[in-house]
Design a protein around this ligand. Structure first.
Ligand code: ADP
Ligand code: MG
Length: 264
């Protein structure tokens, strides 16, 4: 099936350090390897995604903040990175967007508006995938991302058993479905920082999928030191250690997402 309709995925979990940003960069790179056209959007004022792809936010005059709050066209801000992924970058200014948007009518729809505008332009702006890297909160930006998304992917670190946050995130997803985006689907949890040698990681996984009745996306992403090295190099792990276990796992996940989206 070669529909040209964009599949938009929000990568969300209000907990920090669960590998949201790593997942967006790695799956983005894997989809590009498969020949897909991909836009990734940095929605975190910390701008880790922007930085990890070799762009210093301090050098940027325009960023996603101007698109969301000043009505600037996304095409004027999108950067093509060395890996062939298009990036809508963030800077620390995005911290103000949250406050600016709070008093705006229709704030939940600001990202959906950007996605729709790009689709209407067609041609080079007609993405197969748009991946939204959510900030570690359930604030305006995350709700706007969920409102723009076809699906949400929840990275979950398998190191701890404290996953109370997942319930809150799912409550937010339910609210978004009721009020702003009926079509939002939970694509599942993606186990990250997975140590397959321990029973613990496996127990955590089973507990989560049973407790919340969520699909577990395969394969789990192994915990490996290679991930610490990639952002400093300004490239994703798919470029810095092409044949590592981590890169391989993300390629498999990407292929499974392609199947799921019917883009095979
Ligand atoms: P988040 O966006 O959820 O805050 P990040 O993607 O920034 O999480 O990841 C947090 C930290 O964990 C980063 O230093 C990253 O390099 C590291 N990390 C991510 N995935 C892995 C992994 N599979 N193995 C080891 N370290 C990882
Ligand atoms: Mg992040």
């Amino acid at each position: 099936m070669s529909t040209k309709r964009t599949t938009t995925l929000a990568i969300a979990n209000q907990k920090g350090g669960v590998a949201k940003t790593t997942t967006v960069a790695s799956i983005g790179a894997a989809l590009v390897e498969l020949g897909h056209k991909v836009l990734i959007v940095d929605l975190d004022p910390q701008a880790c995604l922007t930085f990890s792809l070799g762009i210093d936010p301090e050098d940027l005059e325009l960023s996603v903040h101007h698109v969301l709050t000043k009505g600037l066209d996304a095409t004027e801000v999108i950067i093509e990175t060395e890996e062939g992924i298009d990036l809508l970058p963030a800077t620390i200014e995005l911290a103000r967007a949250e406050a600016d948007l709070l008093t705006r009518t229709g704030r939940e729809h600001v990202i959906r508006g950007v996605v729709d505008d790009l689709a209407e332009k067609g041609d080079e702006w007609d993405y197969d995938w748009i991946l939204l890297d959510c900030p570690p909160s359930l604030g305006v930006l995350t709700v706007a991302a969920l409102t723009a998304a076809d699906g949400v992917l929840i990275p979950l670190q398998c190191e701890t058993l404290s996953h109370r946050g997942v319930g809150q995130l799912l409550d937010t997803v339910h609210d978004v479905r009721r009020f702003t985006n009926k079509g939002l689907a939970v694509w599942g949890v993606l186990p990250t920082l997975y140590d397959g040698r321990t029973n613990h990681s496996r127990t955590v996984l089973e507990t989560i999928s049973e407790t919340y009745d969520l699909e577990v996306i395969e394969p789990p992403i192994p915990k490996t030191i290679k991930f610490a090295e990639a952002p400093a190099a300004g490239r994703s792990i798919l470029a810095t250690s092409r044949s590592s276990k981590g890169a391989k796992a993300y390629r498999e996940v990407a292929a499974n997402l392609v199947t799921r989206a019917g883009r095979g």
